[in-house]
Structures are given as structure tokens and as C-alpha cells.
Design a binder for this molecule. Structure first.
Ligand code: RM4
Ligand code: MN
Ligand code: MN
Length: 395
């Protein structure tokens, strides 16, 4: 790798910050059950402590996403505690994720529920979440809706869309100038016939109807098999409407597997579209990168570190695409040359350059190895093991 490559990798990595999900440190499972890990975090203190162990060796994960019900069960009463936990762990509170799917009231939906009282209750919780975000100095409130129906004809789809618009507009009125609402979409699950916000077109339409501070969030796992996610990313960038990512990988459905574990080339192509946009416009895309993974079998902190390392490698490879060469191959319709420009970058071993970048920042060259050697898991297993209760999180 030549000097200009090493510099390009360093430039790219310097601007890649990745937010960690609090729920990724807790015990989670499938709908069939949970395999409990003795080292898993039960409390918010433990989640902050575990997140700090990911940030320590990687240096790029300074924020922790929080989930409404799971991390702020007492609402605004929890805010001061979270502030001081964040300060002592050296991790700032990140995006606030309202929980509009677990309460019994939401059986038939939240923002799309036919019952006006339940829609109002859901709006209250979302407004509270925006208020927590303000109090915690978090920029983004991330909205994911489980709303939908299981059988044809059972829901008035257009009516529900109007109800979504109403609540989202009311919520937007609370959002400060420097804050954003990120709207996430997902094709199915838990609803199996129709999901109110099933794809990027629906999320984009609603984000536009919501107001100027609403953007679309792309969760990489929330697409049908073989969907061209990088094209969605390119379109959202061109519309100025891409607000953030939830990183994970999938094989079948919303599997929440480690980013790049199944299809690293896809992640590379997504990053490449972002960098192409930045190269052409001479601007930085204003995107919040977050992980949305829960590992049922892997050690949770290790899996997060592994994800960050994968993300950095794929991001660095995308930074190596020779944009000038690609642009002229595209203009000349030289298909093989254009494709090779991507392939050459993807095939480059960026790990030596990344190791150098880490060393220049007094970070361990191999974050995973450093974490394993720290003995943290053994220490918390001794302290946390043997507890029977599970913190609330999905599944
Ligand atoms: C959903 C979605 C949301 C996440 C929940 C826990 O599938 O990805 O972002 O908050 O899971
Ligand atoms: Mn998500
Ligand atoms: Mn998901």
C-alpha cells in the first residue's frame, strides 16, 4: 500500500464514529427463548460500562443509543442518573429510541392505532423521548414502528397513513433546530400482512410530510432478500434525506448478525455510494452510523468490537476507490474498467494501514485481542454471574 493509500485510509477513519446500542449488551434471544450470558449487562450502569470497553480499544464509539422503556423506565427521572453515568464512563448518551411496540395497548398499533386514545398515548411517549434527547443533549430520536396488520382487509391502510402524518407532524413541532427525527422502515415482523412503514419510499414520504428535521434511517437488515440497498442509499443521498444507519447483516430476515459477516461486499458498496456522493458534491454526508445488533451466541462486547473493526475495514476499502478512474470509466461506458475500479479497492488489504492509524492514536493495533487480554469478561462474569433476572429487552 502506498503513502497516498495510507493517508486516504487515515482520513476516512478519522471521520467514522459508530454508535453502540444499549440493548446489544443485554441478554436477548429469539422468539423461542434466550440463552443467558453470565457477563451480560442487566442495568444501565453495566451497559455504559460495557460500551466503554468497546470504545477503549477502538476509539471510535463515543456514544450509546438508549431505548425508551428499557433504559429510561422512570422517564425524565432517569435523565440525571444517565448524565452522570455517561460522564463517568466517558461515553455520551446517543440516539433516543422510543418503545412503541411492547405495551399491551399497542396490540393494534401505535401511531396507526384506530383508537385515538392509544395514538395520543404513543405520541406522548414519542414527545417524552424527544424531551429526553434534549435533556441529554442527544441529537437524534429514532422512530421504529411495529405497526401493521396480519390479515388482508383488516386495516385501513390510507387512514393509518394519515394518522401517522398527524402524529409525526405534532412530534416534529417539539424538535429543536439542532435535533432530528430519524424514521426507520422494515418490511415485516412483527406484522406479517402489511407493515405501515414497510420500505424506504414510505419512510421518505412520511419524513417529507413530517417536516424539515425528519430524515430516513436505513437499517441494513430491514430489506427483502437481494434488494439493492446501495441504490436506496444513493437515492436518499441525492434527495438530501439520508439521516442514519443501523448496521447489521442478515441472511434470511431481520437477523441482526454481525455487519459484513454474510455479505461484506454489500457494505462496501453502500460505503462506496456515500463516498461517491461526497466526492462529487465536495460535502460530508450528515449520517449517524449506529449498530443495531444483539448477539445471542457471541460474547456481546467482543461482537461489538468485531463489528466496529469490520465497519472500519470496509469503510477504508471504499475510501480507496479511485473516483476519477471510476467516473471516466462510467462516462465511457467501459463496464469492465468501472467494475474493476470497485474490485481493486475491495481486494486491497487495508489492515496494515488501519493498524498504523490506530498506533498513531495510541490505540491497540488489534482491538479484539486487547479486549480479550484485558480480562474484563472474566471480571464481570465473576461479579455478574449467577443472577437470575433478565433486563428487559426484546425476545
Ligand atoms: C427493530 C428495529 C429497531 C430496534 C428494535 C429493537 O427491529 O431495528 O431499530 O430499536 O428492533
Ligand atoms: Mn434498527
Ligand atoms: Mn431490526
Amino acid at each position: 500500500m502506498n503513502t497516498s493509500h495510507t493517508e486516504r485510509v487515515a482520513d476516512a477513519l478519522g471521520s467514522l464514529h459508530i454508535e453502540l446500542p444499549s440493548w446489544g449488551f443485554a441478554n436477548t434471544g429469539t422468539r423461542f427463548g434466550k440463552y443467558l450470558q453470565p457477563a451480560a449487562a442487566l442495568t444501565i450502569d453495566e451497559k455504559f460500562a460495557d460500551a466503554a470497553e468497546v470504545h477503549r480499544p477502538t476509539g471510535v464509539c463515543p456514544t450509546l443509543a438508549l431505548h425508551g422503556l428499557w433504559d429510561l423506565p422512570d422517564g425524565s427521572g432517569d435523565v440525571p442518573g444517565i448524565k452522570s453515568l455517561g460522564a463517568s464512563a466517558g461515553i455520551r448518551p446517543g440516539s433516543i429510541n422510543p418503545n412503541l411496540f411492547e405495551d399491551q395497548e399497542y396490540k393494534f398499533g401505535s401511531f396507526g392505532n384506530p383508537d385515538a386514545g392509544i395514538r395520543a398515548r404513543a405520541l406522548r411517549h414519542a414527545r417524552d423521548s424527544v424531551a429526553y434527547a434534549k435533556a441529554l443533549r442527544s441529537r437524534d430520536t429514532v422512530l421504529w414502528f411495529a405497526d401493521g396488520s396480519n390479515y388482508p382487509g383488516t386495516a385501513n391502510i390510507r387512514q393509518r397513513k394519515r394518522w401517522f402524518e398527524e402524529n409525526l407532524q405534532a412530534l416534529h413541532a417539539d424538535v429543536d433546530e439542532n435535533q432530528r427525527l430519524l424514521i426507520e422502515y422494515k418490511p415485516f415482523e412483527p406484522a406479517f400482512y402489511h407493515t405501515d412503514l414497510a420500505d424506504w419510499g414510505m419512510a421518505l414520504t412520511l419524513a417529507r410530510a413530517t417536516g424539515p428535521r425528519a430524515r430516513v434511517l436505513v437499517d441494513t437488515g430491514h430489506h427483502y432478500q437481494s434488494q439493492n440497498i446501495e441504490q436506496i442509499v444513493a437515492w436518499l443521498l441525492s434527495e438530501g434525506m439520508l439521516g442514519g444507519f443501523h448496521f447489521n447483516d442478515r441472511r434470511y430476515a431481520d437477523d441482526d448478525l454481525t455487519l459484513g459477516s454474510i455479505d461484506p461486499y454489500q457494505v462496501f458498496r453502500i460505503f462506496s455510494e456515500i463516498m461517491s456522493f461526497e466526492w462529487e458534491t465536495g460535502t460530508r454526508a450528515d449520517i449517524a452510523y449506529m449498530i443495531d445488533q444483539s448477539h445471542n451466541l457471541k460474547g456481546k462486547i467482543e461482537a461489538m468490537i468485531q463489528t466496529v473493526v469490520h465497519a472500519q475495514e470496509l469503510y477504508a476499502k471504499a475510501a480507496l476507490v479511485d473516483r476519477r478512474r471510476l467516473a471516466s470509466a462510467q462516462a465511457a461506458c467501459d463496464i469492465v474498467a468501472a467494475e474493476s475500479a470497485l474490485h481493486d479497492a475491495f481486494a486491497t488489504d487495508v489492515r496494515p494501514a488501519i493498524r498504523e492509524w490506530r498506533q498513531a492514536r495510541q490505540l491497540p493495533p488489534d482491538p479484539l485481542e486487547a479486549f480479550r487480554e484485558s480480562g474484563y469478561v472474566e471480571r464481570v462474569t465473576a461479579r455478574r454471574g449467577g443472577r437470575t433476572s433478565t433486563s428487559s429487552s426484546y425476545a
